[in-house]
Structure formats: C-alpha cells, structure tokens
Design a protein around this ligand. Structure first.
Ligand code: GCO
Length: 468
C-alpha cells in the first residue's frame, strides 16, 4: 500500500475510532480467599503410620500383595508425628486432617488399649500446641481384623461396634479436635471392594454392596447424633465424600446425558440423600473428571485418562474446571471443605500447576457464591496408596522410604506462599502454561501397570504353588 493510500495517513491522531474502548488495566492483584480460610493437608492412619498389624488391610497385604506393595512401616509417622507436625507448622499450614486407627484402639473385640488411646491424645495435643485446627476422621477404610472376620460393613452389627468405638475414643480426644469426619468416602470403599475388587474382601455381591451402603449410612447418622449430644453448640460433623465431575462427549446424546445423571446420582448424591439432615458441612474429595461416551453405562478406564488435558502419574485427568463444577453443584446453605484434592506426580512442576490452577477454580467458585471454608491438599507426605503401594507420589513432602528422610518439595513452598498471602499472588500464575503431553504419561503408565499386574499374578501363583 502506498503512503498515499494508507488509512492512517490523514486520520487525526486524537480522534477515536468506532468500537474503541479504554485500555483494560492489568491489575496484577492476588486472588484472595476469605478470611479465616483453612489451609492444610490430609493423611490417613494406615497410609502413614506404619505397622498397623491388627487391621484387615495388613492381613490382606501379607496374603495378596508382593512385598513392595505392603504398607510395612509406611512413613513411620506413628513415631515421627512430632517432627512431621513441626514441619506442617514451618510450612505455615493452619489446619490438618488426619485419622485415628480403630484397630490400634480396639485390637480385640471390646478390649480397648489405653496405651494407644494415650498415644492419640499426645498426637492431637501436639497439633493443638502448634495452634493447628484439627479435622479428625474416625474411619478411613481400615477395619480391625476381628470386625472384618465378622463380615465387616456387610454385618449390621458393625454399626454397633463402630458406635461403641466412637463413644470410647471421642470423649478422650474431643478437647483437641475442631471438626469431625465420621467416614471417609463410603462410595469409593464400595467401588473398590465390590466393583473394582482391588481391596480386601473383594467380591461380587449386589446384596453385599447394598448392605454395606445402608450400614455405612446408619453408622454415620448414629455417630452424628452422638457427637451432637456431646457438643450441641458446636464442633461440626460431616463426612469426606469423593465427588466426581461427570460430563458427556456429545451434548445431543440422550444416552450419554442419562449416564451422566445416573452416575452423578449414585456416586455423588445418594449417600448425602440417605443421610440428609446429618451434615454440618460437606466434605468434598475431588480427583476425577469423567467423560461418558457412546453406549457404555459405566466409565471405562481409557476414558478417565486425558485425551485433551494433562494427566497425573496415575493417568487421572487434570481438569481444574471440574472442581468449580462440583462446588457450584453442591453449593448449599452449609459450608463446604475440600477435604482432599491432590495429584500423584514425580514432576513437581506439574504439582505447582495443579495447585495453582485448582485453587484458581476454587476462588472462582467462592466468587460465584459457594461457601467454601477450607482446602486440604492430599497429601502432606508421599504415602501408602492402598493396593498401588508407594509408587504414586502425592506428597508436598517427598519421602525416601529407605531412610525415612523427608524432603520438602518446591510445590510445598508454593503452597506456603499461597497460605501466607491467603490467596494466589499474581506472580505464581506464571507456573501455568507448560504442558506435558498426556499420551506420553499414559503410555508409560500402561507399561508400568502391565509389569505390576505380572508381578502380582507371579506372586499369587507362587503362593498357590507353596500351599499345594
Ligand atoms: C481415597 C482416600 C485417600 C487416597 C487419595 C488418593 O480417596 O481413596 O481418601 O486415602 O489415598 O484419595 O487416591
């Protein structure tokens, strides 16, 4: 274009063009969270304590898992709780979620071990000395062996056993607990036991599933009632429930939409429906985004992976928008705590991106009016990931299992930065944006899983051969 015909040529500099608007100021402000927000991390007894020899998991591990997939001394937190809690404090967490191990407290039917009760008093006291808000889970997946031998949660009597245990332990430790979680993820427990059948007492039984579900709802309701008889005026009680974000591939597919609704009802809402009126808060554990495709009624493993988004070392899709969705879906009059949310990754840069992008979505949900009161990252330290052993690395703090040395990962410091600001400083947003290809991770993961499967079946074949 010649100078002559240039559109700028004769256009007066100060005259505005139609559609022009004032330049938006980029404010570089911190994304703030509400005052008093709880910031912490979560663990569970069997996954970190070590040597929980009186529970059903321990027994099952010795029988069905090769040596490297057994909990053993785990993170030895039973002995190292003091230094671990000091670490929490040094990272500036203002709260912590942990659980007590029923099988230590009542290793034999009706026989309570006072020395173990005293141990938990010391553990919780230590947290209070450090001025840390305590969220305590009363049941996190493991059962004393004697309870499991009588049929576990399928047996209606287990509700009475559980309530008797709760009535014993709660008065002893109540002074040091701020929030109670009666049960952890009833749905995941049922799924892993009866559908995936990867956990102790694995079996195919529709009736077993239904009984377990109903007994768990009744255990929660009774524990709730009891806790409120002790603390009518305070000490909120809830559960920690695994809430999944479901979506269909095709908006026009009626079948896919029905699948989404059914799964949402069964996995996310049913337990709350059966226990309505007995939750002072909603505890949400958020990990999964699942897209349903085609004719299938249930999610298939391959669809859980991220064809579009990044994935964790376990192949779980990283989908920050999902946490916004579940939070807005569950928005109610009662407060919400994110009782677990985390990523298994040896790539700490990925954990940084995870933390920042998920917390951004939590902040967005709060801005949209959802009453979120706290966030507990899963997990404080790498730990025993149930049937998968120690390979998945969820920790803000890395563990060298040979020496039990703790190493603070950079992401733990990013989290501390967020906690100190009670928000996400703008400078942290620079962590977003690099992507690791999902295919790469999934391919590696598939190979690892094949290897592991082979190890497990070799182990079981040797066991069978030894027995015959
Ligand atoms: C669960 C538990 C934790 C897990 C965590 C990571 O969801 O199964 O609450 O015990 O370790 O969720 O899978």
């Amino acid at each position: 274009m010649s100078q002559q015909n240039s559109p700028q040529k004769n256009f007066p500099k100060n005259q505005s063009l139609p559609g022009e608007h004032p330049k938006e100021k980029h404010d570089h402000e911190t994304i703030r969270f509400p005052q008093g927000f709880l910031w912490g991390a979560a663990t569970s007894a069997h996954q970190v304590e070590g040597n929980n020899t009186s529970n059903d998991w321990w027994e099952w591990e010795q029988k069905h898992q090769p040596f490297d997939l057994r909990s053993g001394q785990a993170c030895d937190q039973y002995n190292r709780y003091e230094s671990d809690f000091e670490l929490i404090k040094s990272l500036n967490h203002n709260s912590h979620r942990l659980s007590v191990e029923w099988s230590r407290i009542e290793p034999l039917e009706g026989e309570f071990d006072q020395a173990e009760i005293d141990h938990y008093i010391k553990v919780l006291k230590k947290l209070k000395e450090l001025n840390i808000t305590v969220m305590l889970t009363l049941w996190h997946f493991t059962l004393p062996k004697w309870v499991a031998d009588k049929g576990g949660w399928e047996n209606g009597k287990t509700v009475e056993y559980f309530v008797r245990f709760v009535k014993k332990i709660v008065p002893e430790i109540a002074d040091f607990v701020d929030l109670w979680v009666t049960l952890n993820e009833p749905g995941v427990y049922i799924y892993e036991t009866y559908i995936d059948r990867a956990w102790p007492h694995a079996k195919k039984s529709w009736l077993g599933q239904v009984k377990t579900f109903l007994n768990l709802t009744s255990a929660h309701k009774k524990a709730y009632k009891y806790l409120h008889s002790l603390f009518p005026a305070g000490k909120p009680v809830g559960i920690a429930n695994n809430i999944l974000s479901f979506e269909s591939y095709h908006k026009h597919s009626f079948k896919e939409q029905i699948t989404v609704s059914l799964n949402d009802l069964l996995a996310n809402h049913l337990f709350y429906f059966f226990t309505r009126g007995t939750h002072d808060f909603l505890g949400i554990n958020y990990y999964f985004h699942i897209r349903f495709k085609g004719k299938r009624w249930t999610p298939q493993k391959s669809e859980i992976g991220g064809q579009i988004h990044d994935v964790s070392d376990l192949g779980w899709e990283i989908y920050p928008e999902g946490i916004f969705e579940v939070l807005t879906d569950f928005a109610d009059d009662i407060p919400i705590y994110i009782t677990e949310c985390g990523i298994a990754s040896t790539n700490d840069d990925r954990r940084n991106r995870f933390l920042i992008s998920y917390l951004q979505e939590v902040a967005r949900a709060i801005k949209a009016g959802v009453n979120v009161r706290g966030f507990f990252y899963w997990s404080l330290i790498d730990n025993f990931e149930w049937h998968l052993g120690f390979e998945p690395r969820f920790g803000l703090v890395e563990i060298d299992y040979k020496t039990q040395q703790r190493h603070i990962r950079p992401s733990a410091l990013v989290y501390t930065d967020i906690i100190q600001n009670n928000g996400i400083p703008h400078s942290l947003l620079r962590f977003l944006g690099h992507t690791v290809q999902a295919e790469e991770v999934l391919e590696k993961r598939e190979k690892e899983m094949e290897k592991k499967q082979e190890e497990i079946s070799n182990f079981n074949n040797i066991e069978i051969a030894n027995k015959s």
